[in-house]
Design a protein around this ligand. Structure first.
Ligand code: 5GP
Ligand code: ZN
Length: 140
């Protein structure tokens, strides 16, 4: 994954040198339709500034992008036929399946029977393991 802004397709979309079907833009972020949608109306919300990881964003950038994602989800529910829910997703890092190294939230409209789903791969844990991990992950 080449992480430089110069070769970033989303920077080119945001800058206007690559085409997209845009639904929203302000100073902090841009929202446009995914070129290979999971369902029709699948939207990507990107901070305007190039950053590859969610952890690089400022609190203001996070708040702006999430607020726009909420508005996107609302118009999907209001205006897409049969939209009965949505998934809000972010893949961060190649191990997580990130393909475009510019932070983006997916807002995926959902309807019954659309066959999209996170596979249920969770395995049962136990209190000992959970408590040990909770100790390791305490947020100061
Ligand atoms: P990721 O796996 O990085 O979370 O998702 C990248 C998403 O960007 C994919 O859903 C893919 O379809 C979308 N995408 C990749 N290239 C383009 C593009 O040039 N234009 C648009 N609109 N979406 C793109
Ligand atoms: Zn970029």
């Amino acid at each position: 994954m080449d992480e430089s802004p110069a070769s970033c397709i989303f920077c080119r979309i945001i800058g206007g040198s690559a085409e997209s079907s845009e639904i929203y833009r302000d100073d902090d972020c841009v929202a446009f339709l995914d070129i290979q949608p999971i369902n029709p109306g699948h939207v990507l919300v990107c901070p305007t500034r190039h950053a590859s990881s969610f952890n690089e964003l400022t609190p203001t950038e996070i708040a702006s992008a999430l607020s726009v994602a909420q508005r996107v989800a609302q118009v999907q529910k209001d205006r897409l036929p049969n939209c009965q829910g949505f998934n809000l997703m972010l893949s961060d890092g190649e191990a997580a399946g990130q393909e475009v190294p510019h932070v983006h939230f997916h807002v995926v409209p959902r309807h019954p029977g659309d066959e999209f789903g996170m596979r249920r791969v969770g395995k049962p844990s136990n209190r000992g393991e959970l408590d040990a991990l909770a100790k390791q992950l305490q947020i100061p």
